[in-house]
Design a protein around this ligand. Structure first.
Ligand code: F6P
Length: 537
């Protein structure tokens, strides 16, 4: 692939002037909002408050054509091994392909296997929800504890919260991810082991945090109900049957997925089991249908009608032309409060890369830092910096016309606050609008701070599926344009290796010299050894 910086389409973008005033852009074109709004399924994506104009949009679309983003997407949809550093296909779209349709990976249609696992999950979910499935002492399952980390935690934890309105009142789920014993301890508090199902969720089944927590949870169960209870109270979600067996979970209690499912793309797979138990198979299938609808939209909508593509191009523009290095995602929805954390893994683990396909270093910025909290809370915390700070931080606002709670007036308050924030960011307030006082310059809002607003009628399972797939595919398009591999995560490996090696250093730290350590690590280990011993006394 040609280096991005050698393309004339890229030079055209770098040379493109950034509009100076959103006020003027809106005044000069009364149709700006409709021209810069896309309807993608149930999602309405309005990027008219971005610092962008028609010339920039045309140049960005030229860049997308030069990078053949549509055929890159088609290659993923054909199951090609586009994860080139790991030699793997990228098949998460197969996970939501309707029964009876095809998704080929290495020439094999994987849809029957996908649905066989979905059916297996649905059988367990229905049996738990109806009370037919019982624990080792004959009691119904009332609590589900998902033990996983990264994609094996963030996806199900986020979707479980988001679909609060669809959950059964009889079953609650908890999510344990951190190897800090406090996480498991806090989440086991108050649980009755006889009514608890543990789901050990790990694609590789080698992740230290997950296996350590799973062993501790197993011990907690065995201490109270005996060894024979494990079979009825532990299931595994993994790609590795052998590792599940070695851990001590019967493989008939295993729900399979495959190495062509990336961890951060895995919530529609078996990794979604806790969600399916909580909301029931039918709602989970609606969620999958929503994702599939966005897959189809992305494959079929052309140019500026394509939601994920335009979201990606706006982000590319912000990084290249506005030089922004951070992006906030602010859902005006309490139920979506885990969505920013979910997107952190999706986007930053996918596109936080600096080496491109030919092994050379990129000479341009790739993924920004993704962060966020729900509105309106963020307004009383970090929004100050977004309005008046020295850094420009583009924002994605997400909002809904209706919430699950039947209270129109509070929901109006929520939505009007979203609009107030995006207007204040875009149009600001200049000094002439303010009374003369010493505080006058401090009360000026420069405006021209970019945002996109994504809205939908309500946060249904289908809409949530569309929203997730929207971000998955915009992340894909960004990676395709930057020519990086959005599907590996080598950046987390070194930390894992060093944690193991520091672990063995700690084991003999008090009896051996460790000249290989830097002085900072050495001193911190000494401190830890000293205080740990004090704690243990
Ligand atoms: O450490 C990164 C990572 O590999 C993520 O990509 C993944 O989602 C997470 O760890 C958990 O991995 P696993 O599901 O194999 O336990």
């Amino acid at each position: 692939m040609d280096a991005l910086e050698t393309l004339s389409e890229w030079s055209q973008i770098l040379a493109c002037p950034v509009p100076q005033s959103l006020k003027a852009e809106f005044a000069n074109d009364p149709d700006r909002a409709s021209k810069m709004t896309i309807q993608a399924g149930d999602l309405r994506i309005d990027y008219s408050k971005q610092m962008i104009d028609e010339i920039a949009i045309t140049r960005l679309l030229d860049l997308a054509s030069a990078r053949a983003t549509a055929s890159a997407f088609a290659r993923m949809a054909k199951g090609e091994r586009i994860n080139f550093t790991e030699g793997r296909a990228v098949g998460h779209m197969a996970l939501r392909t309707p029964r009876g349709e095809q998704f080929l990976i290495d020439g094999v249609d994987v849809v029957p296997a996908v649905w066989s696992v979905l059916d297996q999950m649905a059988n367990l979910a229905r049996a738990i929800r109806s009370g037919e499935f019982i624990g080792s002492t004959g009691r119904r399952i009332r609590s589900v504890v998902n033990i996983g980390i990264g994609g094996s935690d963030l996806g199900p934890a986020m979707v479980y919260e988001a679909l609060r309105g669809n959950r059964s009142p009889d079953i609650s789920c908890r999510f344990v991810s951190n190897v800090d014993p406090a996480d498991l301890e806090a989440n086991l508090a108050g649980l009755n082991p006889a009514e608890t199902l543990f789901i050990v969720a790990s694609k590789t089944f080698t992740t230290v945090e997950t296996l350590t927590n799973a062993r501790a949870a197993r011990q907690w169960l065995v201490d109270q109900l005996g060894e024979s209870a494990v079979e009825k109270h532990f299931v595994a979600l993994s790609t590795d049957t052998q590792a599940v067996r070695e851990f001590g979970i019967d493989t008939k209690n295993m729900f399979e997925f495959w190495d062509w499912v990336g961890g951060r793309y895995s919530v529609p797979s078996a990794i979604g089991l806790s969600v399916m138990i909580a909301v029931g198979p039918e709602v989970f299938f609606d969620f999958l249908s929503g994702m599939h609808a966005m897959d189809i939209h992305t494959a079929q909508a052309t140019g500026r009608m394509n939601g994920p593509l335009m979201l990606a191009l706006v982000n590319i523009w912000n990084a290249a032309a506005l030089k922004t290095s951070s992006r906030a995602v602010i859902p005006y929805s309490f139920d979506l409060r885990r969505f920013p954390a979910y997107l952190q893994q999706l986007i930053m683990e996918s596109n936080g890369k600096s080496v491109r396909s030919d092994g050379t270093r990129v000479p341009y910025a790739t993924s920004p830092v993704i962060w966020g909290e729900p509105g309106t809370n963020g307004q009383h915390a970090f929004m100050q910096l977004l309005h008046q700070g020295t850094d420009v931080v583009p924002v994605d606002f997400i909002g809904f016309a209706r919430t699950s709670a039947d209270d129109a007036s509070r929901n109006e308050l929520l939505f009007t606050n979203l609009l107030a924030q995006s207007r204040a960011l875009a149009f600001g307030r200049n000094i002439d609008e303010l009374p003369d006082s010493p505080a006058r310059p401090h009360r000026v809002f420069e405006g021209n701070r970019p945002s996109t607003t994504i809205v939908a009628p309500e946060l249904s399972a289908g809409v949530l599926g569309q929203l997730i797939a929207l971000y998955e595919h915009s992340t894909f398009f960004e990676g395709a344009i930057w020519d990086i591999n959005s599907f590996d995560q080598w950046g987390v490996e070194l930390g894992k290796e060093l944690a193991l090696s520091i672990g063995s250093t700690l084991a003999d730290f008090s009896t051996h010299n460790h000249p290989e350590l830097d002085s900072s690590t050495h001193t911190l280990l000494s401190w830890f050894t000293e205080h740990r011993q004090n704690n243990n006394q």
